[in-house]
Design a protein around this ligand. Structure first.
Ligand code: ADP
Ligand code: MG
Length: 318
């Protein structure tokens, strides 16, 4: 039998050179770099709601951290430390080893150190708090969009939602497309380098976790603005493109969550710099519309007619 403390020591204790004190005491100790603000965010993953109970624990470990890192990317912050609160039905060593492996793979890739957490018995539930640094006054806030701003999206949208639809047997994909979509769904790559590059250039930013319409909607609400976006300009995941005549596929593109791309706004003069950033990062950056003075989010087709949308993002309490 493993005790709680053995378990923490075995699976969740790794060197933490950028913390004064890491796992093992009543609290961790951190020093924020001069001139920086601490950016803090928490995301919880609940079995049955955010993932299937039988999900590969290695992928779950990756995703639990990656979705948190994505929130800091959307602030233009450099992720540095994380804590992990775990509720587990039992101390299954295989599960824990695989989960920790996925978690630390993501941590290493993004330079994040696990500095503490909590471990209890209960229904499977993972909560990560991420901490990072951003120069004072430079965070990319949701409320900073201005009328006339271009709206940009990174990468491709709809792949994760299509992967989920395939897992739920709502659609059948060929092997290559399925693999691509599941990779997007299960091991998202948070856009940290993009967030850092957009400091001082972008106005507002958000990561697309609940779907483009919902997340861009948050920018509009916080900025007291409206927007129009052009459906035909949206960067559609290549596996989703052949299905776009169907309503459910348009919903994957506009309202599907879990892609963890960034949506951001910037004044039109910055377009050349933004295109250069995309080229440098080898990441597609596409202009999908403009911020306006209204209070609506309009999705227009090539003839400027409204596109019908079935569902506008995931709301846990709807
Ligand atoms: P306390 O009783 O003071 O809450 P705990 O016994 O819960 O302390 O935790 C002991 C140490 O292990 C603490 O430093 C805590 O941050 C760390 N810890 C607990 N669970 C985890 C975990 N899942 N991942 C990383 N660190 C953890
Ligand atoms: Mg505790």
């Amino acid at each position: 039998m493993t005790s709680e403390f053995n378990l923490i020591e075995r699976y969740f204790t790794r060197p933490t050179p950028s913390a004064t004190l890491g796992v093992g005491d009543d609290a961790a100790l951190l020093v924020v770099s001069p001139g920086m603000e601490l950016a803090v965010s928490t995301d919880m993953l609940v079995a049955g709601t955010h993932f299937f109970l039988e999900t590969d624990p290695r992928k779950l470990g990756w995703k639990a951290l990656a979705v948190n890192i994505s929130d800091l990317a959307a602030m233009g912050a450099q992720p540095r430390w994380a804590t992990l609160a775990l509720s587990l039905p039992q101390a299954d060593e295989h599960w824990l080893a695989a989960f920790a492996d996925g978690f630390f793979k993501c941590a290493e890739q993004y330079g994040v150190e696990l500095i503490g957490g909590d471990t209890t018995r209960g229904p499977l539930n993972l909560s990560v708090t991420i901490m990072g640094e951003v120069p004072k006054q430079q965070a990319l806030r949701r409320g900073a969009a201005r009328p006339g701003d271009d709206i940009w999206v990174s990468g491709m949208l709809g792949g994760a939602a299509l992967g989920l639809a395939a897992l739920q047997k709502k659609v059948q994909l060929d092997e290559t497309d399925l693999a691509h979509c599941l990779r997007t769904l299960e091991t998202p790559q948070p856009r940290v380098a993009l967030g850092l590059a957009l400091r001082g250039i972008a106005h507002a930013a958000i990561d697309i976790s609940d779907g483009l319409l919902a997340d861009l909607g948050h920018i509009l609400e916080c900025s007291n603005a409206g927007a129009e976006i052009h459906f035909d300009t949206l960067p559609t995941h290549h596996a989703l493109a052949p299905w776009l005549a169907e309503g459910w596929a348009r919903a994957c593109l506009l309202a599907g969550g879990d892609d963890y791309e960034l949506c951001f706004t910037a004044s039109a003069e910055r377009a050349t710099e933004i295109i250069a950033i995309g080229a440098q990062l080898n990441l597609g950056l596409i202009r999908i519309g403009q911020i306006n003075q209204g209070d609506q989010l309009e999705v227009l087709d090539v003839s400027d007619q409204p596109v019908l949308v079935e569902k506008s993002g995931y709301d846990h309490f709807a």
